[in-house]
Design a protein. Sequence first.
Length: 474
Amino acid sequence: MQISRSFLKPPANIPRLPEWGREVVFVPEPEYVVIPLQYPGRILYKPSVKIGEQVGQNHIIGRSRLGHCIHAPVSGVVRDILAIWSAKIFHVPAILIQRSQRPALPLPEVFQQYGIPLEAASSDTKLKALGVISPWTRPGRYQEEVEEAFPEIRKIIIRAVDEEPTVFINDVIIQNYTLKITRGLVHLAHLSPRAEKILVVSDYLKEWAEQQFGKLVKIVVARSGYKHRISQLLVPKVAGIPIPLNAAYRAHGVAAFSAEYLLNMVDALDGTAPFTGKFLTVAGTSIEKPVTVKVTVGTTIRQVLKYLKLDGNRYARILVGGPMQGIAQYTDLTPLTKTTHGLYLMDEEEIPEETNLTCTNCGRCTRACPVNLQVHLIGRYAEYSMFMETRDFHTEACLECGICAYVCPAHRPLVQLIQLCKKFSGISNEYPQQQSECGASSALERWELDFQNPNAVDSGVASGDGDQPVAVRN
């Protein structure tokens, strides 16, 4: 008897939330920002400022080996440079800037600081100087800095969809910044005239997107299911080019980035602003309608929740990201960075009473895996520290999408077990260290305590509360 494959698949259809706010809430600049300088496996910045130095908004405060820059998102004084735990649980150096009323640094002076006049800067130089990684050199999956030559771009994929079922920033951006998206598409046409441009949108936006952008770009619909929006699966499918799961898109002639990235690219190419603001969605089971906010890079979770009138203490866990791939934070003082797309607030009832139970070999994780890994076997090997034995199971192909853990009846931390295999089997070293610096002794806690002291804050520097609190279910 022939049994269809779909029948064998466990229920792993993670639906997107039915409703979310279409408007953008702008969170005011906080009284201080914390800017991580390194993202292991990604871009590594060296500080170009010193403690006590006055900086204007837009000032270059860090520069990478290949000339990519990171900027002061607020004007103020550099109060400290010290290692912290980032949102992705990397132990990295960070710059603490206390906000002041100092004027912003004009863009021509930013380019002068970079070492080239604005009017003489090429497109690639503008992107580097204003903190946007060039899509022509960006490998795609890990955004590593590389000097190798890539083949000519044949396909440009702009994702106006988000992976996580509780994140909607690109849906909101494409509807609220239509003219700027159009300008970005025009830029792409000039920069890469021979490449095919493809805009991926949600199904409900297809007709609207055809009317708005159809003359400039091909419109492709992404299905609403979570598995259909995972970038490593979506991009090769849309491009029509087979790309190995652990390979760089650019090595196969494909450039892929989000609609939000396109906005920042427009600002850089027009020479109007560096990348210092970030869109993200704040969602949770008890939040009636997720809200999209735009925050200053370096704003802490606590500052965002305070502005939205959300009490962080009422939630059992705060995740940076979403419920599928998000990372739980040990403190709400974690700063939000250029790679933060969402906050997910978990209630106590969402957390299983018992976790990491013994594997029952039911096989649900393996049947649900979108890349057909033997998840149950990998997990068992990892439990007994037999990491080298997992090399033959190709753990490097794992997308870390979280579906295996979602369907596991024993609530086993399968993604974390696979991460350990990647780290200790010698295949990959891209994964975070264990958190060890928690509590009031950490730099983040100490900095927050310092700013609770009125004498430590310049007069006139304060961040207000939001006028419209986010609706929370009782």
